[in-house]
Design a protein around this ligand. Sequence first.
Ligand code: AMP
Ligand code: ZN
Length: 112
Amino acid sequence: MCIFCKVAKREIPARIVFEDDDLVAFHDINPVAPIHVLVIPKQHISGIGEVTADQAEVLGKLLVAARRVAEDAGLMPSGFRVVINHGQHAGQTVHHIHVHVLGGRPLAWPPG
Ligand code: AMP
Ligand code: ZN
C-alpha cells in the first residue's frame, strides 16, 4: 500500500486538517511555505497523468477542498497556489495524486 493510502487509512500519523468520505487534507511533512497542505483522494490514483473521465467528480472535489483549506488557513486575502506535480520533471515523489496548497509568503512565478 502506498504512503498516502496509509495516511488516508490512518495507518501512519499525519496532521490532518480536513477529512470527508472521499478526501483527506494534511500538513506536508516537509513544508516549503508557511502553509503547505496536501489534499488527496482516499481512492488510490497514481497521478494526474493517469486520471480518467470517471474520476472527474473526485478531482473536482480535490479542488473544492483546496479552496476550503486555503480559506481555513486564512490565505484568501494574501493569495495561495495550488499545484499537482506529475512525473520526473515536475519532481513527483509520491505516486498517489495530491494537490499542494501553498501560501503564507510570496511565491515566485514561473517555478524554477
Ligand atoms: P510531490 O513532489 O508532488 O510528489 O510531493 C510529495 C510531497 O509529499 C512532498 O512535499 C513531501 O514532503 C510530502 N510527504 C511525503 N511523505 C509525507 C508524509 N508521510 N506526510 C506528509 N507529507 C509527506
Ligand atoms: Zn495510494
